[in-house]
Design a protein. Structure first.
Lengths: 352, 183, 247
């Protein structure tokens, strides 16, 4: 199998193209600009549309329009830009338009910094916009997953008619490693709801305004039922050395992959550590947490933020197991730092 | 040879730190190894610090990051100041002696110096400085065999002008030569 | 001994971080000299953009605010309306003013906001690595117009001075360059006139300054100055586009 050395951002963009994405609408922002630049080079050559929008706000509305044609479309941005898109995402969710929204995360709040971050977890999973809606959120941990989850994102978006967010910390966007380039997707679902000109059919309307109580409640119940189905079928997480683990680390993204090394090093020193790496941040893989809450002694939540996913972990654990939080800001921690933390906890808890 | 090596490349933005370490990553992948390359830089386009960590391993790489690389390739003095104490005990430092005017303060490290800027001037190729140090580095460490690295030259620099490829190869070989003669 | 040249008081002692050949340094200095000569440093409040000059608040020795990308005119509007006797200036680049901030700048001009905008036009987005801007010239290659800007796909570049000069609320709109000493002198004159327009309460003022980006243009500093003369000035003509006289 041929492997190509690719940056995370490039692997993601190439994955989107492999999945049949033919529209990119976005605005440059560090550390996601390479995705736009890649699409600017490739899309014109395959008959796709690349537009550098005047702002992220305009871009998400271009996504609304682009998706309504039945084309697979995407945008890429970072924290401040994703904040601008929230109104659009609420609209797109209600209108049930499939699309991929990429967040290559940087420090916040405000202009923050260009260092990597995981502090957009709340924004991503709690719907940052108004109203009752959820979006599927995927968190890759390698260049290969950047490609594979981009392909999966379009599949899920079309299957459920819903926006999918792919969130990666900035470090992963820039990380280069060998990637197996996947085969182009050839099968695409039918989309009878598109607004492409009503030749031979009744006109379609794409809207989100529902003025009567019954209509509004009906729509919301429909969306909620859809989200329930997604929750039932699409949770994904990676388990690493959980069977006999006393301390279970829960982390996502590139950070979680790095922590695999910490877990292995801790084991060499006699600590029975394990790792759960949620791949879907929404729907959150709560069953994985519930399972270890019966067998492990303590859960350690590690994030590059001040404590966000830890709330979902605590919710899932239901008080059955202590959940501790370790967070850093502004960089992806080295594995040695987490190894030290595991040893510290093991000693403190008498687990050595 | 250990199963996993982590090498830090450090200099200022514009010194070619990113491209020299990328070259190593390509060459390593070409020999069938697993490899990761992680950059970090300041916000400025030029003049800020730039450093990269390359990890080469036969097995799957969990962590592309580390606090303590086993080797460091240092292009300027602030980088030596910053990373000298991070290198693993008994590790190796490769230093551009044209830009670093002090000695390493640790006595456990093997320190190998190349007057990179001076050699680059002799070749009338100031931009090739990074390839000189890379050539010397590979000749000494054999992380990737020099011959195999040369085979990948065309591929790695594909798209660049013939002249650029030739000059980079020349710089690379000058570094190899220097290491052979002096180390 | 007579002092014939010194750092303006309106600049701090911080060393500029800009690339060699970048004209931000020149423009910062010209603004500072005007603030000194008009003796308004302590009444001045400046708003920075998101872009290479995002850290301008470290360089200007007066009250400064950071703004979200493109929103400086909105921020300046509120401050000026609440503190009408202060001097407000915004300092913005291509993306900030002409792309994401297009709504804000047009409305500030329509409302005749008595603020002074310094618009640094160097045809692309420098900070983020050289992407296309609304001011990128036809045929110009950037990282998001890799085949050259085309009128049929990306559309025509934005001429902001001409665009805003049409609004009644605009009182002084001028375009200058800083590619050679005579133009540097003219730029300073324009900035001073803009600030004086604000002082007289005549309305919105803007100086669009044609500037360089040697790093992303791939040119030496000297070549970059020539590029401004040979490529930018023909499309973005220099001159005053709107001058409202006092009644």
């Amino acid at each position: 199998m041929k492997k190509v050395l690719m940056k995370g951002n490039e692997a993601l963009a190439e994955g989107a193209l492999i999945a049949g994405c033919r529209g990119f609408f976005g605005y440059p922002i560090t550390p996601s600009s390479e995705i736009a630049e890649y699409m600017a080079r490739k899309l014109p050559k395959i008959g796709g549309a690349f537009i550098q929008a005047e702002s992220e706000l305009a871009a998400i509305n271009m996504i609304y329009g682009g998706s309504s044609t039945g084309t697979r479309v995407m945008t890429a941005s970072s924290g401040p830009g994703i904040s601008l898109k929230q109104e659009g995402i609420s609209f797109i969710s209600e209108a049930e338009l499939p699309c991929l929204i990429v967040n290559v995360s940087r420090g916040g709040p405000g202009l923050g910094g260009i260092q990597p971050s995981q502090a957009d977890y709340f924004q991503a999973t709690r719907g940052g916009g108004h109203g009752d809606y959820r979006i599927i959120v995927l968190a890759p941990s390698s260049s290969q997953e950047m490609m594979d989850l981009a392909i999966l994102a379009f599949e899920l978006a079309d299957k459920y008619r819903t926006p999918v967010m792919l969130m990666a910390e900035g470090t992963l966007g820039n990380l280069m490693e060998p990637v197996i380039v996947r085969e182009a997707v050839t099968e695409f679902p039918d989309k009878p709801w598109v607004t492409t000109g009503c030749v031979g059919r009744k006109p379609n309307v794409i809207n989100t305004l529902h003025l009567t109580q019954e209509e509004l409640e009906g729509r919301n119940r429909h969306l909620t039922e859809k989200y329930r189905m997604i929750s039932e079928n699409e949770k994904r997480a990676e388990s690493f050395l959980l069977d006999d683990a006393d301390i279970v680390v829960v982390a996502f993204g590139l950070l979680a992959r790095i922590i695999k090394k910490s877990v292995m090093e801790a084991r060499k020193k006699g600590v029975k550590a394990g790792l759960i790496r949620p791949v879907t941040l929404w729907p959150f893989p709560d069953e994985h947490i519930q399972a270890v809450s019966r067998t492990a002694r303590i859960i350690l939540s590690v994030e590059i933020n001040m404590g966000q996913m830890v709330e979902d972990i605590r919710l899932a654990a239901g008080g059955k197991i202590p959940v501790e939080f370790y967070g850093r800001i502004g960089f992806t921690p080295n594995p040695e730092e987490i190894t030290r933390q595991l040893l510290f906890i093991a000693e403190r808890e008498g687990l050595l | 040879m250990e199963s996993e090596k982590q090498i830090l490349f450090a200099g200022f933005g514009g010194q070619g730190v990113l491209s020299m370490s990328q070259f190593l990553a390509y060459a390593a992948m070409g020999t069938g190894k697993n490899v990761t390359w992680v950059p970090s830089y300041g916000a400025e386009m030029r003049g800020g610090t730039a450093n990269c960590l390359v990890t080469i391993a036969s097995e799957e790489i969990s962590s592309p990051l580390t606090e303590n690389p086993s080797m460091a390739v240092i292009m300027n003095k602030p980088s030596l100041d910053r990373f000298e104490n991070k290198v693993q005990p008994n590790g190796i430092l490769f230093i551009n002696s044209s830009m670093v005017d002090r000695k390493c303060r640790r006595d456990d490290l093997t320190v190998l110096e190349v007057p990179v800027n001076q050699l680059a001037e002799e070749l009338d190729n100031l931009r090739g400085a990074n390839m000189i140090l890379l050539g010397a580095y590979l000749e000494k460490t054999r992380v990737v065999e020099v011959e195999e690295a040369l085979e990948h030259f065309e591929q790695i620099f594909s798209g660049k002008r013939e002249e650029i490829i030739r000059k980079n190869r020349q710089a690379f070989l000058a570094g190899v030569e220097y290491a052979r003669k002096n180390w | 001994m007579k002092t014939v040249f010194k750092k303006p008081e309106s600049l701090t002692d911080a060393k500029f971080h800009y690339c060699p050949g970048c004209t931000h340094g020149i423009i910062h200095r010209l603004i500072a000299e005007c603030l000194d000569e008009l003796k308004i440093r302590e009444q001045t409040i400046g708003i920075c953009p998101v872009g290479c000059s995002v850290l301008a608040y470290e360089y200007f020795n007066c009250d400064m605010l950071e703004a979200a990308h493109g929103r400086a005119p909105a921020i300046a509007t509120a401050i000026k309306r609440l503190l009408p006797d202060r001097y407000l200036f915004t300092y913005q680049g291509d993306g900030d003013l002409a792309s994401i901030g297009m709504g804000e700048i047009v409305h500030a001009s329509l409302r005749g906001e008595k603020i002074t905008v310094i618009f640094v036009n160097n045809t692309l987005y420098g900070m983020t690595g050289g992407q296309m801007a609304p001011t990128t010239l036809l045929g110009q290659v950037t990282t998001t117009s890799p085949y050259g800007r085309s009128k049929d796909w990306e559309g025509y570049p934005a001429k902001m001075a001409e665009l805003l000069a049409q609004n009644e609320g605009s009182a002084y709109i001028c375009r200058t360059a800083v590619n050679d000493p005579p133009n540097v002198v003219k730029t300073k004159r324009a900035i001073k006139k803009a600030l004086q327009t604000q002082a007289k309460g005549l309305g919105f003022s803007m100086v669009e300054v044609l500037s360089t980006c040697p790093t992303n243009w791939g040119l030496s500093p000297v070549e970059a100055m020539k590029w401004v003369e040979e490529n930018m000035i023909p499309y973005y003509p220099l001159g005053e586009f709107k001058v409202k006289e006092e009644k």
